[in-house]
Write a protein that binds this ligand. Structure first.
Ligand SMILES: Cc1cc2nc3c(=O)[nH]c(=O)nc-3n(C[C@H](O)[C@H](O)[C@H](O)COP(=O)(O)O)c2cc1C
Length: 204
């Protein structure tokens, strides 16, 4: 019988962590852009901080966001059949903390102290976000603790010029040595169109 060799480094590391914890540890390394997901009108507005936003398709323009089924925003979003994705800049850290519920502020009170606007669906949109994506709720998939919501993009507003807020290793962060974002509005129409077309499919 062939002898099995044990890697001494692995042997020293001890038993492998349970998959759940190992998965959590692995995902902490995935740096994510931070958005606010917002829905509802007036005093029934609701929103939360999210890193699970992902582009789904360009044709039709659509995205997904994964929402905890215990979230107070989910019923509002499902009732209104619309939601906003507000991509935050590094200057929005406080807002991200408030919308994560960690400061104890809930419901419409989370919207205080910032300027909000609307585009097509009526979902609240943060006036100075890096970009706002106004979506109609198309459909959803329930997966254990979470609902994957698919949004069809109804309108978009892009406000370039600042660097994004990131979440990495359990804390907020910003890009080091960030290159200046290209302001497409400052370019001529043909140059802006060329740059947009050259962007990878995941970029908006
Ligand atoms: C950086 C960060 C990212 C988060 N991403 C998500 C997410 O993608 N989906 C989600 O359901 N909750 C996410 N959360 C948790 C929600 O923000 C939090 O549960 C919610 O604000 C609680 O609000 P509620 O008590 O009104 O439901 C995230 C929290 C933080 C701090």
């Amino acid at each position: 019988m062939r002898a099995m060799r044990i890697d001494p480094e692995l042997a020293e590391a001890g038993p492998a962590p349970a998959p759940r914890e190992a998965f959590r540890a692995a995902m902490r390394n995935l740096a994510g852009g931070v958005s606010l997901i917002t829905a509802g009108l007036g005093e029934s507005r609701s929103g939360f901080t999210a890193t699970s936003v992902s582009s789904l398709s360009i044709d039709p323009p659509s995205l997904i966001v994964c929402i905890n089924r215990a979230s107070s925003t989910l019923p509002v979003l499902l009732e209104q059949r619309a939601f906003g994705v507000n991509i935050l800049s590094a200057a929005h850290r406080r807002l991200a903390e408030r919308f994560s519920g960690r400061t104890g502020v809930a419901g419409a009170a989370r919207f205080a102290g910032a300027e909000w606007t609307t585009l097509a669906t009526g979902a609240p949109l943060l006036a100075d976000a890096l970009a706002t994506i106004d979506c109609t709720f198309e459909t959803s998939i329930d997966w254990h603790s979470h609902t994957i919501a698919i949004g069809r993009v109804a309108a978009v507003h892009v406000r370039p010029g600042a660097s994004p807020l990131l979440y990495w290793q359990g804390d907020y962060d910003r890009l080091a040595g960030a290159r200046k974002p290209v302001d497409l509005t400052a370019l001529g129409a043909s140059e802006a169109a060329a740059r947009l077309l050259c962007q990878p499919a995941q970029a908006w």
